[in-house]
Design a protein around this ligand. Structure first.
Ligand code: ADP
Ligand code: MG
Length: 713
């Protein structure tokens, strides 16, 4: 069989055929040869709209087909790729479950193989007796039993001689398919496009950056990442870490870091208010607290004071584990502004959290004579006049503060709580309202240092890495439905000690109504199980006043058990609550579980987090629950979360307004990231507008889609 054909040399050269249309990277795909309007629609589903998008659509894995296997050499348990011939094709219906199984019998000159696909009877039309086919999958079946070898749901490709240079006899890229466009069709399209159009890509990185980092040229990297010729170690390719990927990963990182460098440069140059730190009000406030500040809190307060005294705008991120005491730190900065005759606002992601902040902060600064107001969309008499006339010194609210027509008299500092829902874009919106206030962002998601530098590379960062003394560790344990009675007896014991309890129900957007119902039903059921206890219910659909009164009652101890949806995720502070039961805990994200758990263990009582889980659930869900059981350290939780979800999803890059990372992985490629970051900040330092590198500047603007105002074309 002539499988090893001569190496394909054409690929290395640009297409020199006569009809060479004038295409550029921005040309819509439908004008690319072999595409057309119908395919363009299919490609759009893969996020491909331009010629450049095609070129940057990389395979998700590679297969070594230089040497297709013979059936006799297949190894049980291995992922193998084999070329064989169809003997028969039939659809079998299982007697009991009526499942349709499509089954192929195959052979080559060394043996026989079976292949099965479940619930895909339509596959039958592709296979005739005698058809040659390439199968790729895990080899199953007991090699010692008469049944022989088998593959289940393997990837397959029909084998024809016409384009064997693309699909066999080489390291073959495997692309994500979409309905109507098979992996093989995509591969053909890629092959032809790379061959004909790779020359539209211009290398935008400065020569010296390439040299210093030993990076290969862009065209080489793109071509090799699609159809490896020079570097063909499949295992390394599949980890996205050969020299081609290294270049592409570097590019993603440097474009990200350049943008952050530009933002940082701009923000550090931005004129701001130079507050004078008199310490009078601040000291009185600190003295009034019923506790000593932790060393970490003191340090971060000093960092903030130094920022506020400078005549430049502050852009600082404060992060630290849930319960580390960020609110106090934020309050200090607000009091500094107030003492200087400026207003301060604090923006929270939810109404409930804004309300809680308002209640807490109001209580803490009332005695100092500071006027605190609350503004959310749910509030009837909005204190807008109070804000515009300057009577309100501290304004607490939701997004309503930047979205509605709120006018501040003299805004000095804006504090944004819970960064994971606030991105670069929202920060810009605040600035566009016409103020240039100092900005302090508090996030409850602790992040490893290097990652913080990357994602918030445009900000200065403070970490409160220490929890206040006297916090008792929280014991966390998974329970199944069958153990309900044990759970109730644990709850009963806590209640009898005079403690209070949270019962949390999931709230998932698509089925909000259903979940709400489950929380309401849950509260009813609990009333029957604990007839002598006072049970309250809060959820997001409740009216603000009603919700506040339930919360206040819980806080005052008038309610023993608070049934809630995830509205209580953040900001609620009831030290006497020592137990939390999370129902359907398998449905929650890890960060969310950790946030919820942070509501307990605040009062120096032994505390318990019971995770009620309802199998069957996914492996990821199991990992999340196990992580909760094994640690209470937010930094370790964040790392585990990152490992489970992958960096893209973890950071929600799209939402935060930074360019998407397609092949770079912040964890795996950390070394490349650091190199790219260094280069990026160096370039912006020496050439803030990138005037010396117009191609790079253009690329940067494209990637950031107009969000880098400093760089003008
Ligand atoms: P988070 O960082 O999660 O926003 P909070 O600011 O809500 O944490 O603080 C959590 C709880 O810890 C609050 O009850 C707060 O009053 C208390 N707290 C803050 N700082 C200290 C401290 N230094 N010592 C003891 N308790 C503190
Ligand atoms: Mg907080």
């Amino acid at each position: 069989m002539p499988l090893r054909m001569k190496k394909n040399k054409d690929l290395a050269r640009a297409d020199d055929s006569d009809h060479k249309p004038q295409l550029s990277g921005d040309t819509p795909v439908q004008y690319v040869k072999g595409v057309g309007p119908a395919r363009a629609r299919l490609l759009k589903r893969l996020g491909i709209e331009t010629l450049e998008d095609i070129l940057f659509h990389f395979p998700w894995r590679y297969e070594d087909r230089k040497d297709l296997r013979k059936i006799s050499s297949l190894k049980y348990g291995n992922h193998e790729t084999v070329l064989c011939e169809v003997v028969s094709a039939e659809i079998i219906t299982t007697p009991r479950k009526k499942m349709k199984i499509f089954e192929l019998a195959l052979r080559d000159d060394t043996g026989y193989l079976k292949s099965k696909w479940f619930n895909q009877p339509f596959l039958k039309k592709y296979f005739q007796k005698g058809q040659k086919v390439i199968l790729s999958g895990v080899v199953k079946g007991n090699p010692y039993a008469s049944a022989g070898l088998e593959m289940e749901n393997p990837d397959f490709e029909l084998f024809g001689n016409e384009d064997s240079l693309i699909h066999t006899s080489r390291i073959v890229p495997v692309y994500k398919a979409t309905e109507g466009l098979s992996p093989k069709q995509i591969r053909t399209l890629m092959f032809n496009t790379v061959k004909a159009h790779i020359s539209v890509l211009e290398d935008y990185l400065p020569e010296e950056v390439l040299d210093r980092n030993k990076l290969r040229p862009l065209q080489w990297a793109v071509r090799e990442a699609h159809f490896p010729e020079e570097f063909t170690d499949v295992a390394v390719l599949n980890r996205n870490s050969g020299p081609a990927h290294r270049r592409l990963v570097f590019d993603e990182f440097i474009l990200l870091e350049l943008g952050l460098a530009v933002l940082k440069k701009r923000e550090t140059l931005e004129k701001g208010t130079s507050f004078s730190v008199k310490d009078g009000l601040v000291n009185r406030f600190i003295k009034s607290l019923p506790f000593e500040l932790t060393e970490a809190q003191k340090r971060v307060i000093e960092e903030i004071k130094a920022d506020m005294q400078r005549p430049l705008q502050m852009n600082r991120l404060v992060h630290g584990d849930v319960g580390c005491g960020k609110t106090v730190v934020a309050l200090v900065s607000m009091l500094i502004a107030a003492e200087n005759g400026y207003q301060a606002c604090l923006m929270a992601p939810t109404e409930l959290l804004a309300e809680q902040h308002f209640i807490n902060i109001h209580r803490m600064v009332e005695a100092l004579g500071i006027r605190v107001v609350l503004l959310t969309s749910g509030i009837k008499d909005k204190p807008v006049d109070d804000i515009s006339e300057g009577g309100a010194q501290i304004i607490i609210g939701t997004h309503a503060l930047i979205q509605e027509t709120v006018r501040f008299k003299k805004l000095g500092i804006a504090i944004i709580d819970e960064q994971h829902r606030f991105g670069v874009v929202q920060r810009a919106a605040l600035r566009q309202k016409g103020f240039n206030p100092d900005i302090l962002i508090m996030t409850a998601t602790p992040i490893p240092r290097t990652l913080a530098m990357t994602l918030y590379g445009d900000l200065d960062i403070s970490v409160i890495e220490e929890l206040p003394a006297g916090r008792k560790p929280i014991v966390t344990k998974i329970f199944f439905q069958s153990q309900k009675d044990r759970v109730y007896s644990i709850i009963r014991r806590e209640l009898s000690l005079g403690r209070q309890v949270y019962i949390v129900y999931p709230l998932i957007e698509e089925s909000e109504k259903l979940d709400l119902k489950s929380a309401i039903d849950g509260a009813e059921a609990l009333k029957r199980i604990f007839p002598d206890r006072k049970i309250g219910l809060v959820h997001g659909k409740m009216h603000h006043d009603e919700r506040e009164s339930v919360m206040a009652m819980f806080k005052a101890g008038g309610i023993d058990m608070l049934v809630a949806t995830t509205v209580i995720e953040v900001g609620i502070d009831v030290p006497n609550a020592s137990l939390m039961l999370i129902v359907h805990s398998e449905r929650f994200g890890l960060a969310q579980l950790h946030q919820l758990r942070g509501r307990i263990g605040r009062g120096g009582h032994e505390s318990y987090c019971l995770l009620m889980a309802y199998p069957p659930f996914s492996e990821d869900a199991e990992r999340r629950l196990k992580a909760m059981e094994s640690t209470v350290d937010g930094f370790r939780i964040a790392e585990e979360d990152l490992a489970i979800r992958g960096p893209g999803d973890f950071f929600g890059t799209r939402q935060s307004g930074i360019p998407e990372l397609k092949i770079a992985n912040i964890i795996r490629d950390i070394v490349v990231l650091e190199a790219a970051r260094k280069e990026a900040f160096g370039l912006i330092e020496s050439d803030p507008e990138l005037d010396r590198y117009p191609l790079l500047k253009k690329m940067l603007q494209r990637k950031w889609m107009g969000r880098l105002e400093l760089i003008k074309s």
